[in-house]
Design a protein around this ligand. Structure first.
Ligand SMILES: NC(=O)c1ccc[n+]([C@@H]2O[C@H](COP(=O)([O-])OP(=O)(O)OC[C@H]3O[C@@H](n4cnc5c(N)ncnc54)[C@H](O)[C@@H]3O)[C@@H](O)[C@H]2O)c1
Length: 366
């Protein structure tokens, strides 16, 4: 017997809905169909619905939840709205795929997961960095024990000039934070997941706003800012509204004595955009970009580069894998791979990083 198609609704029809979620849901046309799209800017919802063949468009997402009896909701709004919309969607009877970061503080994130439990629904957070062939291969290597005891790791994700200028990322009121929540949440989530989600004991961090709030008059590109295929309906941008960090660095002490160094930026004076994740263990090391296993053999030091299958040649291919996984979870065929404890562990770390930067001291976690 054919499975019933999941009825999907989208809240927030901006860049990531149009470039990531909508194509990923449409790719699963036998399993799901997008029936509604809502945006606080109704014209934007209508434009996206018309161009994507979505039957219903709303300026009021509450009305969409009330009227469409959705099975799944993709929450694709700025971070500050994730909590309210996710909780309402869960209460309407839908499973929720919510964009990263889950929320703008750990307490809000915990409430969202509590509601999912109360409603007996799945809540998945879009930590798409885990959803690539390279990340899968790296996870297999870490889980194999080949690295021995992991005692040090680094992750960084730095843009020279890559402030997202099409929406509300640069305003604390809407996004809660800058690159820590935008890029850092991907880097830390991926690293902690690879390391087996060790509890964090203490965080020391700095966060700066030195360039983003200036009119530098520099030529920049949407692609370098994280919108590789452009933005259908950008909002006007004014650097004078920029009130989040543009660069941050941190150091984390983990349970058992391991440590993690971290940095991220939307704007910093370095020669090139750069990113790296490096994990050091007693038996070996792992570098993610390019994926390299560092070991010894006999009297030789060996670097091995696994042959990883190519990801799909689409923008935001991680969203395609993530949505496929979420459908399998909803159908009961797979266990949710982005768990509540992992998401809260990352959020707690990022909260502590902001606190440490604000207070100028190391923050210890219970
Ligand atoms: N996983 C990834 O790789 C990735 C990439 C980019 C963005 N994101 C995340 O996706 C989310 C959205 O980012 P974006 O780039 O699409 O931003 P965007 O500004 O392009 O889109 C957000 C949309 O939400 C709408 N909106 C704002 N407030 C709303 C509200 N209260 N109710 C309903 N609609 C509202 C806006 O009008 C806009 O259309 C953010 O949380 C961001 O962190 C994730």
């Amino acid at each position: 017997m054919a499975k019933e198609k999941l009825k999907v609704g989208i809240i927030g029809t901006g860049m990531i809905a149009v470039s990531g979620h909508i194509p990923a849901w449409k790719n699963l046309e036998d399993d799901a169909e997008i029936v509604g799209a809502a945006d606080i800017l109704e014209d934007r919802a209508k434009l996206v619905a018309e161009s994507e063949g979505i039957p219903y468009a709303y300026g009021d997402w509450v009305a969409m939840l009330e009227e469409l009896d959705l099975d799944v909701v993709s929450v694709c709004t700025p971070n500050a709205y994730h909590k309210e919309q996710t909780i309402a969607a869960l209460q309407s009877g839908a499973h929720v795929l919510c964009e990263k970061p889950v929320a703008t503080c750990t307490a809000d994130a915990a409430e969202m997961f509590d509601e999912a439990d109360a409603q007996g629904k799945h809540l998945m957070i879009g930590q798409t960095a885990r959803f690539s062939e390279r990340s899968r291969a790296a996870k297999q290597i870490c889980d194999s024990g080949r690295l021995g005891e992991i005692y040090y790791a680094e992750t960084y994700f730095l843009r020279r000039r890559g402030i997202p200028t099409w929406g509300q990322f640069h305003m604390k009121e809407h996004s809660g934070g800058g690159p820590i929540y935008d890029l850092g949440v991907h880097a830390i989530d991926l690293l902690f997941w690879l390391m087996g989600s060790p509890p964090v004991r203490a965080v020391s961090g700095v966060a700066y706003t030195r360039l983003g709030n200036q009119d530098e008059g520099l030529a920049t590109s949407l692609a370098e800012s994280g919108a590789p295929i452009g933005v259908l309906t950008p909002l006007p941008y004014d650097y004078r509204d920029f009130d989040v960090e543009d660069m941050a660095a941190g150091f984390m002490r983990l349970d058992g004595g391991a440590a993690v160094a971290f940095k991220t930026s939307w704007a910093v004076n370095i020669p090139e955009n750069t990113g790296k994740t490096l994990i050091c263990g007693t038996e070996g090391g792992l570098v993610l970009d390019p994926l390299t296993l560092v070991t010894n053999m006999g009297s030789y030091q060996i670097n091995t580069t696994p042959r990883v299958p190519a990801d799909r040649k689409v923008a935001f291919s991680g969203h395609w894998l993530e949505v496929e996984h979420f459908v399998n979870v909803i159908r009961g065929d797979e266990e949710l791979m982005v768990t509540r404890d992992q998401v809260l562990g990352v959020m707690r770390t990022l909260d502590a990083l902001y606190q440490s930067a604000a207070e100028g001291r190391e923050v210890w976690l219970d």
